[in-house]
Design a protein around this ligand. Structure first.
Ligand code: DGL
Length: 277
């Protein structure tokens, strides 16, 4: 039997649910030959209103699971998990490269004309040190307006990208920002890029939305290249999905959100570890 080269191992990506698919979509465009293992912790969604310790424990359990499945690099495709756990994950797994999310305050601050920027993210992301640090480093002289869009993650998880209820949540978040003169809106939660068309319909074309996923995909490429882990296969990479909730629900959403599908396996949590069903 031939041995699998480290470069031929898959990339591991995780999120509380389907949000990380916005990151997978960009990774797919940037690195089409990579095999991918995607984990959605849908049994625990939403992470954004849970405490930091709980989200950190979930993130550690999922990382262990993905590494056991052969992942060569981990993308924490969740701002909330990055805020709660990225630092600890890097300490706990020093031989593994991690790519994490942080609210894209820097490109927003560099390009805003009005000097007013809106950020949409979860309460746990806003209360974390990572957010405080990007604002401190990059938002000098820029006024920041924030909203956690209560209920929006749940709408997106149910595939309701264009319903009246989703529009109402977004209008509540965006109207005060628009009234204040915001011209740039940062997607600080990986679920939110899926409602960018609706956001743009509300804001009009003069407001710019920033989805950090393409930059995350480029960073993933840089790290793989730097450690000689780029997959050299010529065929399109294989996608495999795991969910801690009902596999059928995730399967159904994949085509809508990602535009393609793959094998979806259900898993369950048992005492902090993930067990295949
Ligand atoms: N997708 C996650 C993020 O980027 C959060 C969703 C949740 O609250 O579970 O923050």
């Amino acid at each position: 039997m031939s041995e699998t080269l480290p470069s031929q191992q898959p990339i591991g990506i995780f999120d509380s649910g389907v949000g990380g698919l916005s990151v997978l979509r960009a990774i797919r465009a940037e690195l089409p030959h990579e095999d991918v293992l995607y984990f959605g912790d849908q049994a625990h969604i939403p992470y954004g209103s849970r405490g930091k310790d709980a989200v950190r424990d979930f993130s550690v359990g999922i990382t262990r699971f993905l590494l056991n499945q052969g992942a060569k690099l981990i993308v924490v495709a969740c701002n909330t998990a990055s805020a709660a756990a990225l630092h600890e994950l890097r300490l706990m797994f020093p031989d593994i490269s991690f790519v994490g999310m942080e609210p894209a305050v820097k490109p927003a601050a560099e390009t805003t004309q009005s000097g007013k920027v809106g950020i949409l993210a979860t309460p746990t992301t806003f209360s974390g040190e990572l957010y405080a640090s990007v604002v401190e480093r990059f938002a000098r002289g820029v006024e920041i307006y924030t909203s956690s869009c209560p209920g929006l993650v749940e709408q997106i998880e149910s595939g309701a990208l264009e319903t009246d209820a989703t529009r109402a949540i977004l209008e509540d978040a965006l109207n005060p920002m628009l009234a204040a003169g915001v011209d740039t809106i940062v997607m600080g939660c990986t679920h939110y890029p899926f409602v960018i068309p609706l956001i743009q319909a509300i804001t009009g074309p003069s407001v710019r939305t920033i989805d950090p996923a393409p930059a995350i995909a480029r960073q993933t490429r840089r790290l793989l290249t730097g450690s000689d882990l780029l997959n050299g296969q010529s065929q399109l990479g294989e996608l495999r999905f795991f969910t801690s909730a009902e596999p059928k629900n995730l399967s159904q959403l994949l085509l809508t959100l990602l535009g393609e599908t793959g094998l979806v396996t259900g898993v369950r949590w048992e005492q902090g570890s993930i067990i295949p069903d």
